[in-house]
Design a protein around this ligand. Structure first.
Ligand SMILES: [Zn+2]
Length: 256
C-alpha cells in the first residue's frame, strides 16, 4: 500500500487526484506531556497512524497532521505546547478553506486528543460546512471504539492510560519506555464523569488544572490518569484494526 500523505505528493499529483476524488483526511493531535514514559507527540502519532493506514486502504489523501492542541493543564510539565482554542479554530478553518479552494469537498478530521479537541473542532467544522458548503466529519477514536473496549479489558479513559499506550506500543514501540510507567487508577466520578465508553458518561467537561496535575505528580511520581502498566501491543493491534476498519467505512460512505 502506498502512502497517501499530501506532503509527499506533488501539486500535479493532487490535481490529478481531484479529477476523481474530493475526500481528504486531516489528523489532529497535540504536543503534550504523556507521563515520564511516552512521547509528547502521542496524541498526534495515534491520529496520524490511523490516517496513514486508512488512507492507504481507501486510496484517500491525508493532509499533514496538526501537531498542536489545546493543553493548558499539561503545561505543568516540560515540552507541552498549548495553542489557544480560538487560534486552533482559525488554523483548522484555514486548512479546510485552502483545500476546499482546490476542490476538496469532504473532510474527515481525526481527533487524537480526546474531548479537549472536540469542542473547537466542532466550531471549525460547523463554520466550514456553512460557509464553504463542504462536508466535515469528526472521527473520534474514543467514541468509535465504544463496542470493543470492554472486550479488550481496557479501564476508563484517562491520560496516557492503557488505551492510547497500547496503541503506541503496537505502532511506535520504540517511542515508549513502558518500564518507567506508573499507574494512577482513574476513578469514575458520580457527577462530571467523562468517558464515552461508560454509560455513566455525563459529557460534562471540566478540564483538570495545573494544581490537579501537580497533586497527582506529588502522589504518584507521574502525571498519568489510568493504568498504563496494563498496556499491550496485542490489545493495541486489535484497537487499531477496529478503528482503521471504521474509518475506512466512513471514507467509503462519503464516496457514495
Ligand atoms: Zn493522549
Amino acid at each position: 500500500m502506498s502512502s497517501m500523505w499530501l506532503q509527499e505528493k506533488s501539486s500535479q499529483d493532487v490535481g490529478d487526484y481531484l479529477k476523481s476524488d474530493d475526500r481528504i483526511i486531516i489528523p489532529v493531535g497535540s504536543t503534550e506531556q504523556h507521563g515520564s514514559f511516552a512521547p509528547l507527540g502521542t496524541d498526534t502519532y495515534v491520529a496520524a497512524t490511523l490516517a496513514e493506514e486508512a488512507s492507504a486502504r481507501a486510496g484517500v489523501l491525508t493532509s499533514p497532521p496538526l501537531w498542536f492542541g489545546w493543553s493548558p493543564h499539561h503545561l505543568v510539565r516540560p515540552g507541552t505546547i498549548s495553542i489557544r482554542a480560538e487560534v486552533l479554530i482559525e488554523v483548522l478553518s484555514d486548512v479546510i478553506k485552502s483545500l476546499a479552494d482546490h476542490g476538496f469537498r469532504k473532510f474527515v478530521i481525526i481527533n487524537g486528543h480526546r474531548i479537549v479537541n472536540i469542542s473547537w473542532m466542532q466550531i471549525a467544522a460547523e463554520r466550514a460546512q456553512r460557509e464553504l458548503k463542504v462536508k466535515v466529519v469528526i472521527f473520534d477514536p474514543a467514541y468509535m471504539s465504544k463496542e470493543i473496549v470492554k472486550e479488550l479489558g481496557f479501564g476508563p479513559i484517562g491520560h496516557a492510560e492503557e488505551i492510547e499506550i497500547s496503541h503506541m506500543l503496537y505502532r511506535y514501540p520504540d517511542l515508549v519506555d513502558i518500564k518507567k510507567a506508573r499507574d494512577n487508577p482513574h476513578k469514575a466520578r458520580h457527577l462530571y464523569h467523562l468517558d464515552p465508553h461508560d454509560p455513566r458518561d455525563t459529557l460534562c467537561y471540566i478540564p483538570a488544572t495545573r494544581e490537579d496535575l501537580n497533586e497527582i505528580y506529588k502522589k504518584t511520581g507521574d502525571t498519568v490518569g489510568g493504568t498504563p502498566t496494563e498496556s499491550s501491543a496485542e490489545k493495541g493491534k486489535k484497537y487499531h484494526d477496529h478503528l482503521v476498519g471504521r474509518l475506512v467505512e466512513v471514507l467509503d460512505q462519503l464516496k457514495e
